[in-house]
Design a binder for this molecule. Structure first.
Ligand code: SF4
Length: 706
């Protein structure tokens, strides 16, 4: 009857998916979410996308891990994971928490004591709260004794962050997404907001309707291109050529902001000389955009009252990802389009807490708040805050995600603790990553489902889903928001903060955190950017923007108004030259593979493929192929195709898709049965160690095993 659908409680929280950070309300009855409603948060004003509105029931899925699991003796770590709960008990046996924790933590400790602290590594998650990220990196740094801690930020915006830290002294956005409604011109490059930041895309469309000129630069034609004033479909991998040509125009036509350059920047001369060699005429055949269009767009951006740049993984996931971002930063600096409303630089963050997890120090080279591990002052500060003897903390930056996999192959890393990440699906050259995970002496995985990574574990610790815990999450706008617990975890599943502390105990750490707010308070003491945000204020206001250094500060949504957080106060130009992709098409592998996400599914699919509505909308693995390319192969939409690179092959269903350029195939990376990252190239950007997910050589043939 109807009473069945009447909630017994409403809990205000935020969406667990993307970095837009929409606020929502869970409507709960008998420990089940009945439905979700949008709330009036700063980023969404009541709006939600299909994932936020319908993607909640994974929390109730029968695949949830409800008991600790220990790998049965002698079961080899080979073969493919099959999402078949009946097979789980062939590989694992159930255990008590005490037994599982003793084994999980005890063996990590034994590896540390036998092989040294550098033989361990930990991956945290951008899906966890700030408090979980903070405690996890503290555990690795103080319990393992190494900086080998990282998470999926390495795979998404690491290059943007490196370029931003180098150029303007801060890795976060300068202006919130909502500023698109205050801009005259908005450049969106290498991003597909309709799919990946759907509610943000609605504000972009609203802005376009109200007169803002959207300029979209992307090899793939996104739905947002329909709203664009100009859409430039440049050739994949030619970002630097195109952006340098735009800067060439701005310099040669005298459209630079001389006063801004003189008063607020350094290194302009070098950049000016570098872009001299990039005339639009010379670059047009390289990037596939005619010189007049390059000129027009460059003038538009430089001369408008307020121009803003937003970008995504199309910019960052290249071996020249850092260079791509350097060019965007230089564009904003030379025109003075930063430091005011409706201007600035906005790398659109993917995960709901990828900004916060990085802020909290879940990265191998920085302590919380981007204090570098090699700085003696920073080390001393954290040794004091964490009550450690001077000289305890390691001064060497740790290994990044892909470097950890290589270190396992070399026998340097023997034990790992993975919390909520799924590198077996998300890492490039996933066969190599899976072999590495399988080669570990000891792998502890903490998750809510038996992921492809958990399948290779020695111990699995059943954790809590988003709606089962309270914590803070930082969205793409630097907005710290409160997620509140709406459900109790199922069976013996436990909250992640409790599990991290239990592992810490087994590594001889004496921690005593009660409520999550006690972790948050410690973070405030070590992180000047959020020092002014009290837990009481989080509970009252639900959302506060940092920097918020002092209690009572309103929080600053637009930064760099007067100066840049660099030692000189000035931003710095860094020139970039064209570097080709690590693996170009040839006669054997004539096509280009571009990977990414799709609207209905989230990352490696462990949540959304277990959400009924989302899975019904997109149930099968697909490859998006240009209709003319499909035709040339003699194929039709819906046909099975096999895609092969030098590293692996998968079979999936072809979908005719005019948004992909000819010669390029787009595949989402969420399908375990056609894990496309088996094919991607692990070549890294030298500055950020981000892999080249947006470009590798493949061939496609008709047919294959479904
Ligand atoms: Fe959630 Fe992002 Fe969709 Fe908002 S736009 S509902 S944060 S997935």
């Amino acid at each position: 009857g109807a009473a069945q659908h009447v909630p017994d409680k409403k809990v205000d929280s935020v969406c667990p998916y993307c970095g837009v950070g929409c606020q929502l309300t869970y409507n709960v009855k008998d420990n089940k979410i009945l439905y979700v409603e949008g709330r009036d948060g700063p980023a969404n004003h009541g709006r939600l996308c299909v994932k936020g509105r319908y993607g909640f029931d994974y929390a109730h899925h029968p695949h949830r891990l409800t008991k600790p699991l220990i790998r049965r003796a002698g079961v080899p770590k080979t073969g493919d994971f099959v999402m078949d709960p009946d097979r789980v008990m062939d590989v694992f046996r159930e255990a008590t928490w005490e037994e599982a924790l003793e084994l999980a933590g005890g063996k990590l400790k034994a590896i540390r004591d036998t092989h040294g602290r550098k033989a361990l590594a930990g991956f945290g998650s951008a899906k966890g709260s700030n408090e979980e990220a903070y405690l996890f990196q503290k555990l690795v740094r103080t319990g393992f004794g190494t900086n080998n801690v990282d998470h999926c930020t390495r795979l998404c915006h690491a290059s943007s962050v490196v370029a931003l830290l180098e150029g303007i002294g801060s890795g976060a956005v300068s202006n919130p997404v909502m500023d698109v409604t205050k801009a005259d011109v908005v450049i969106i490059i290498g991003a597909n907001p309709t799919v990946n930041h759907p509610v943000a895309a609605t504000w972009m469309k609203n802005a376009a309707r109200a007169g803002t000129k959207l300029v979209i630069l992307d090899p793939r034609r996104s739905e947002l291109a329909r709203f664009a004033h100009r859409y430039l479909q440049f050739k994949p991998d030619t970002d630097v050529a195109l952006l340098n040509a735009m800067m060439h125009v701005i310099v040669s036509e005298g459209l630079v902001d001389q006063a801004f350059i003189a008063n607020r920047t350094s290194g302009y001369e070098e950049l000016r000389k570098n872009v001299e060699g990039y005339s639009p005429e010379a670059m047009a055949p390289i990037c596939g955009i005619d010189a007049d269009t390059i000129r027009e767009v460059a003038r538009l951006y430089a001369t408008s009252k307020a121009s803003m740049i937003l970008w995504g993984m199309g910019v960052s996931q290249h071996v020249h990802g850092t260079d791509n971002a350097r060019c965007l930063i230089a564009l904003a600096l030379m025109t003075g389009q930063i430091g005011r409303e409706g201007t600035g630089l906005h790398p659109l963050r993917g995960q709901n807490n990828v900004q916060g997890a990085s802020d909290a120090g879940l990265i191998p080279m920085m302590y919380p708040d981007y204090q570098h591990v090699s700085s003696p002052e920073a080390r001393a500060r954290f040794e004091q805050a964490w009550k450690l003897a001077p000289g305890t903390l390691d001064e060497k930056p740790g290994l990044t995600v892909v470097e950890v996999m290589d270190a396992i192959h070399h026998g340097d890393i023997r034990g790992m603790y993975v919390m909520g990440e799924n590198p077996a699906m998300s890492d490039p050259d996933a066969n190599h990553a899976r072999d590495a995970l399988a080669a570990l002496d000891h792998l502890v995985v903490q998750d809510i489902f038996l992921t492809e990574t958990a399948y290779l574990a020695d111990v699995i610790l059943p954790a809590s889903a988003f709606a089962e815990k309270t914590g803070t999450f930082t969205n793409t706008d630097r907005l710290v928001q409160l997620g509140r617990q709406a459900l109790n975890p199922p069976g013996d599943a436990r909250q992640d903060l409790w599990i991290i502390q239990e592992i810490a105990k087994r590594l001889d750490l004496r921690w005593d955190y009660g409520h999550v707010s006690e972790v948050f308070d410690e973070m405030r003491r070590t992180m000047p950017s959020i020092a002014g945000i009290t837990w009481e204020r989080m509970e009252r206001d639900d959302a506060v923007t940092y920097p918020c250094p002092n209690e009572g500060d309103p929080g600053q949504s637009v930064v760099f108004v007067d100066d840049f957080p660099r030692p000189t106060g000035r931003a710095r130009f860094v020139p970039a030259d064209v570097i080709p992709a690590a693996e170009r098409p040839d006669t054997e592998y004539p096509l280009v593979l571009i990977t990414g996400r799709q609207l209905e599914h989230w990352h490696t699919g462990s949540m959304t493929r277990r959400a009924a509505v989302l899975d019904a909308l997109e149930p099968d693995p697909v490859a998006l192929v240009h209709p003319l390319d499909l035709d040339a192969m003699g194929g039709r939409p819906g046909d099975l195709v096999t895609i092969e690179s030098r590293r692996g092959k998968v079979s999936l269903y072809a979908r005719a898709d005019e948004s992909s350029p000819r010669g390029a195939v787009f595949v989402p990376f969420c399908y375990y049965e056609a894990a496309i990252n088996r094919l991607t190239n692990a070549a890294l950007d030298p500055f950020a160690k981000i892999p080249e997910f947006k470009y590798c050589a493949i061939r496609v043939t008709l047919g294959g095993e479904p």
